[in-house]
Design a protein around this ligand. Structure first.
Ligand code: PLP
Length: 424
């Protein structure tokens, strides 16, 4: 037996090495799935997604009966994903009417929906009120004005405060620092609390979110005390942000350690009857997803560039944040030559992985980019007229099936008005 290739440590539970040494998902070779569904393609291990949802629920409920796990749906806002997580009994965060409509259509009960946003529009608030959503998370005073206008008496709201906890992560993923655009700082938060207490709205609790891809528990341990400063409420939402393992050197806390840290810290300073909420995105969905590409060109110019048939149009966050991803050639997943995996878009910045190790990459190879369940589909664009990839769900019981089709050229024209039409 040769040892398993490194990439398996970054792939979902349904992935394995098949008889001839190539990567499979639920026993189907990835090369075969690429042939059936085309590339680029987002592939989701549904069993892994369900297992992670259950793991989260168990980790919190076993430590605190009054707790809720809320899917931070911006990480993967697509009907099949909403449907699976609604079935597993999670609640759901939305920002904007698009996410709201998707979440409700896929099966989330309005009562389990939390409406976020630092720039909620009047129309958005009205739509959410009409749907009877459970809770609005108020970001600012204008939100209060608008909710007073449109929400019914007794509408549950939470107030987002700035916890003044600056976590160690990428700059654009820090959200709880003193100068954050999200939530209200100390004095203004207190004023908002007083104003809400006198209003028809029912302030059930406080919310904060410190950032994303956070790999240390100390930052999370400080959250309950940061919220306790504002007094006693029925509920406290600690946000999301638990990091995942992209590189060999990343060592994220387990979901259980994260739950233990938060519930312990909450036990020390918050009312025992209060409900606690967490909003995982990345750590819930990242590992369940992978992206399949086809190698289009291999260029050796002193540096080896492996260019694939996608890139920043389908995995923008990977490119922008230079995430230390671990790709592999599906048919020969053991490492080898050091190369840069680049995309097909017209920018030098369009590089998916720097210094990847791939085994003799060549034209036509299927390349798998693991850990792309979070923030991939959601940031996809039509850059260079790219057609956004399909979403394929796979499970041990049902195999692989198309959940969302690839965009077509017709879709690119779908919103155009005829050039000959009279201007309106
Ligand atoms: C993005 C976001 C989350 C989820 O963050 P992850 O790092 O993906 O877990 C949770 N809460 C709020 C308010 C967010 O904006």
């Amino acid at each position: 037996m040769t040892p398993s290739p490194r990439v398996l440590g970054f792939l979902p539970g349904g992935a394995a090495i098949g008889a001839d040494g190539e990567l499979v998902l639920h026993r189907r070779p990835l090369t075969e799935l690429a042939g059936e569904f085309g590339t680029p393609c987002y592939l989701v291990d549904e069993d892994e997604l369900r297992a992670q949802a259950r793991r989260y629920l168990t980790a919190f409920r076993s430590r605190r009966t009054q707790s809720r796990v809320v899917f931070a749906s911006k990480s993967f806002p697509s009907t099949p994903i909403y449907r699976v997580l609604a079935e597993e009994g999670l609640s759901c965060d939305v920002a904007g009417t698009g996410e709201l409509e998707l979440a409700l259509a896929a099966g989330f009960a309005p009562a389990d929906v939390y409406v976020h946003g630092n720039a909620k529009t009047e129309a958005e608030i009205r739509a959410a009120v009409e749907h009877g959503v459970g809770t609005f998370v108020i970001d600012n005073g204008d939100d209060i004005d608008r909710l007073l206008r449109w929400a019914p008496a007794g509408q549950h709201v939470m107030l987002r405060v700035i916890p003044e906890i600056t976590v160690a992560t990428h700059e654009s993923m820090v959200t709880g620092q003193p100068e954050s655009k999200f939530g209200l700082p100390g004095v203004q938060a207190r004023e908002a609390i007083a104003r809400l207490a006198r209003s028809k709205l029912d302030l059930v609790g406080l919310h904060c979110h410190v950032g994303s891809q956070v790999l240390d528990l100390d930052s999370f341990a400080r959250i309950p005390a940061a919220l306790a400063r504002y007094g006693e409420f029925a509920a406290y939402n600690f946000g999301g942000g638990l990091g995942v393992r992209y590189a060999d050197t990343d060592d994220p806390p387990t979901v259980e350690a994260y739950a233990e840290t938060l519930t312990q810290a909450a036990g020390a300073c918050l009312p025992p009857s209060a409900e606690i909420l967490v909003e995982p995105g990345r750590s819930l969905v990242a590992r369940a997803g992978l992206t399949l590409y086809t190698v289009a060109t291999v260029k050796r110019t002193g540096r080896t560039f492996v260019a694939v048939d996608g890139g920043m149009a389908d995995n923008l966050e990977v490119v922008l944040l230079d995430l230390p991803m671990q790709p592999a050639i599906a048919a020969r997943p053991d490492g080898g030559e050091v190369c840069d995996v680049v995309g097909r878009h017209c920018e030098s910045g369009d590089r998916l992985v720097r210094g990847a190790r791939l085994d003799s990459p060549r034209i036509g190879d299927v390349l798998v980019l693991p850990m792309t369940g979070a923030y991939s589909h959601t940031t996809a664009s039509n850059y260079n007229g790219a057609l956004r990839p399909p979403i394929v769900l796979s499970s041990a019981a049902a195999g692989a099936r198309l959940a969302v089709r690839r965009e077509t050229v017709e879709d690119l024209f779908a919103r155009d008005r005829p050039a000959t039409e009279e201007p309106r």
